[in-house]
Design a protein. Structure first.
Length: 318
């Protein structure tokens, strides 16, 4: 019986160390993405429909916005950002939304949204911005190849993600800001393509975002992978009709993060119950033995599992 208090004290000590390290480590590099100036995007109304014509018009409008952001980055001497934006403005890229300010916001479509019967929305975790967007793009492309025809994947960078090693990555503030944006986006997407089966795939800190939005997301599946916790004690506490699934790779370092939640004055630190634990009550899927960035790696066990979930062919139990 004495082991439980010792375990609790150890978890709290580890969490305290994480907070201290987050504050103490230099994060000057984190200011750089937000410091790159960009113009305000053109005001675009709701998509309304995912018919080819309106989609093409939306893609073209955002392509113009990306080019304007590229020009401003180049004028300010940021060659790296300008090069990234030049690639994003290519004719083969399809953005439903783009805003180059404050680290960047975007929603890019992979596949033919106008014909998709299955849509996966990828919600990234900490450390993803326009300068590191290639990670999200890589995952979206891999998932689309796994799903095949009749599917679309949307890489949703719709919020200011926290720096990976920072107090923001240990607290729910950014998630609280992001949840209404995710809710609005998914609602618009579903209205534009009402016959499609929509799933949200939530990586790492993105799990906290999805949990905050869960009760207002009309989707088939909420998939949590590489999650530090959600801020909720259980899947039932998310108050969603969606099937909640969770997975963690055998070599994912997130397993070592203490799964506790400590309410301090003015802030809550940590995200509580481990989503793959029996107490949480999610449907646990086989995530293989990969690491934190390997869930959508081509050929991986977790990619196959997630592909079946999005396709609606996954069994009720892993």
């Amino acid at each position: 019986m004495a082991s439980r208090p010792r375990s609790s004290r150890l978890r709290r000590a580890l969490l305290s160390a994480l907070v201290t390290a987050s504050v103490a480590l230099p994060v000057s590099g984190a200011a750089r993405p937000a410091a790159v100036p960009a113009p305000a995007p053109a005001a675009l109304g709701p998509l309304g429909t995912a018919a080819p014509g309106p989609l093409a018009a939306r893609y073209a409008a955002n392509r113009d916005g990306i080019r304007a952001a590229e020009d401003m980055a180049a004028r300010n001497g940021d060659r790296q950002r300008a090069a990234s934006l030049r690639d994003m403005a290519g004719s083969a890229r399809h953005f439903l939304a783009f805003d180059g300010r404050d680290g960047g916001r975007s929603a890019e479509v992979f596949g033919d949204l106008s014909r998709a019967g299955r849509i996966a929305v990828l919600v990234p975790g900490a450390g993803v911005d326009l300068d590191h967007y290639w990670r999200l793009r890589r995952d979206a492309e891999a998932l689309l190849r796994e799903l095949g025809r009749g599917s679309a994947v949307v890489a949703w960078l719709g919020y200011r993600t926290p720096v990976t090693v920072s107090p923001g990555a240990l607290t729910p503030g950014r998630a609280a800001e992001a949840a209404p944006q995710l809710t609005s986006f998914v609602r618009e997407l579903s209205a534009a393509r009402p016959a499609a089966r929509v799933s949200v795939l939530c990586h790492s800190y993105g799990s906290v975002v999805c949990a905050r939005a869960a009760s207002r997301l009309d989707v088939a599946e909420i998939v949590l992978y590489g999650s530090p916790g959600t801020g909720a004690d259980s899947a039932a506490a998310l108050h969603t009709r969606a099937t909640v699934r969770a997975g963690r790779g055998g070599a994912d370092w997130i397993a070592d993060v203490p799964h506790i939640r400590v309410r301090l004055p003015f802030v809550t630190v940590g995200f509580g119950t481990d989503p793959v634990s029996p107490e949480f009550g999610a449907e646990v899927f086989d995530a293989g033995d990969g690491g934190h960035s390997d869930y959508l790696k081509p050929g991986s066990v977790s990619l196959r599992s997630i592909g079946r979930i999005v396709a609606g062919t996954a069994g009720r139990h892993a």
